[in-house]
Design a protein around this ligand. Structure first.
Ligand SMILES: Cc1ncc(COP(=O)(O)O)c(C=O)c1O
Length: 427
């Protein structure tokens, strides 16, 4: 046996190589531009429908100017942990601003959102304590649980009966923490927080919400999913990332002062890593200011979301239970999602296929995410491309006279046939 055997033989490696061989590999695309509504990949201009840049702030001049000023003042890195030499005055200011924005007593910064989940869960949940997860929670929550000594139990996605079953089975006395995504990252649906909070009270559990995708999108002025439900006080811990609406990198946890003080002194993930760089921190502070001063940006995001969702549904696509700018377009089999991605790419659209095991088998999807800065013209082009691709792959079945229905019996990985067909399509 060789420890490297898996590098040669694993199923994922084989699939990735087969996709590459057939020109269907959609991952690690190299961008030659910023993450704007229009991006450049391999010299080709594409409409970006696969980013988390919901508010379109990554190229905003105010954020850029703040980052540049921070580099001039503090240099390019902190070369140390928050615990020792790596705490700048702007880290502390951002923590105060985040706590105020979210509506909690205190906040604490981490270097990424993933590390935030690792850092909270591993420090907080000990032996003989329980973590209760929605099965669709983000991977960083699962991995955070693996780093803790607690016992992890899953409940069925957003199924409150199943959550109650799990809580009952653990019992009232045991220490426990329910952790859910506020907005689920793959299908854009929202956690049933009112019921979760009720059940938590009934069974003596604490609640934590990962609001990576709710921040800047949901609630009053983008204050997130807990604010949307008016439950900021009832949810014990709110975490978020800076890598989505806030257009940078880093993460935070917001909670009561005692919890933050504890995490500050016991979270190994905080203590044994370098602190977020000055330019990141400064750009996040600037993003918060822009969000507060220009609420119209969030309105535009929702207007674009409605246009895209209505358009896809009218075309006959299944967009699941999405209630946010993350719109899953359900395709079915994994292979079809890869084909869809390729066709959209050829048509000038960047969107990401999500396949099993990230989705249940047979529920592969294209994850479409809308930005406040998309134009109507761009969204119309995206809808047109989805219509063509959806019809050709048999995902939707509309009969428009201007595209004759063709039946191409092509092999899933036969790119020559696919290109041939694409060529005919564009003529
Ligand atoms: C729900 C959720 N939580 C946490 C993370 C991790 O955030 P980051 O990319 O900032 O590490 C992500 C990232 O995709 C996410 O979707």
């Amino acid at each position: 046996m060789d420890i490297f055997d898996k590098c040669y033989n694993s199923e994922i490696v084989q699939l990735a190589k087969s996709l590459m061989k057939n020109g269907l590999y959609p991952y690690f695309k190299t961008f030659e531009s910023g993450q704007d509504p229009e991006v450049t990949v391999d010299g080709k201009k594409l409409i970006m429908m696969g980013s988390n840049n919901y508010l379109g702030l990554t190229s905003d001049w105010r954020l850029k100017a703040s980052a540049i000023r921070a580099v001039q003042k503090y240099g390019v890195g902190c070369v140390g942990s928050r615990f020792l030499n790596g705490t700048l005055d702007i880290h502390v200011k951002l923590e105060e601003e985040i706590a105020e924005f979210i509506g909690k007593e205190k906040a604490l910064l981490f270097s990424t959102g993933m590390q935030t989940n690792f850092g909270i869960i591993s420090a907080l949940v000990g032996r003989n304590e329980y973590i209760i997860l929605d099965e669709y929670d983000h991977a960083s929550i699962y991995d955070g649980c693996r780093l803790s000594f607690g016992k992890m139990i899953k409940f069925k996605h957003n199924d409150m009966d199943d959550l109650e079953r799990v809580l009952k089975s653990i019992g009232y006395e045991k220490a426990k923490l329910i952790i859910v995504d506020g907005v689920f990252s793959m299908e854009g649906d929202i956690a049933n927080l009112p019921e979760i909070v009720k059940l938590a009270k009934k069974y003596n559990s604490r609640v934590m919400v990962d609001d990576a995708h709710g921040l800047g999108v949901m609630g009053k002025g983008g204050r997130g999913t807990c604010d949307h439900f008016g439950l900021t006080d009832e949810v014990d811990i709110i975490m978020g990332t800076f890598s989505k609406s806030l257009a940078s990198i880093g993460g935070f946890v917001a909670a009561d002062e005692d919890v933050i003080f504890y995490l500050k002194h016991l979270s190994r993930i905080l203590i044994f890593t370098a602190s977020p760089s000055p330019s990141n921190v400064a750009s996040v502070r600037s993003a918060l200011k822009v969000i507060k001063a220009h609420p119209g940006r969030i309105k535009r995001l929702w207007k674009n979301t409605k246009k895209m969702k209505d358009g896809l549904r009218t075309l006959g696509f299944d967009t699941g239970k999405s209630a946010t700018p993350i719109i899953p377009v359900i395709i079915g089999e994994d292979e079809k999602a890869f084909q869809m991605c390729k066709i959209l790419y050829e048509y000038g659209i960047f969107a990401t296929p999500i396949v099993s095991p990230a989705t249940p088998p047979g529920r592969a999807l294209m994850r479409v995410s809308v930005m406040a800065t998309h134009t109507d013209e761009q969204l119309d082009k995206v809808l047109e491309a989805f219509e063509i691709a959806g019809r050709e792959l048999g995902v939707i079945d509309t009969n428009r006279p201007w595209i004759k229905k063709r039946r191409f019996n092509y092999n899933v990985f036969d790119m020559k046939q696919l290109r041939n067909w694409m060529g005919k399509l564009w003529r």
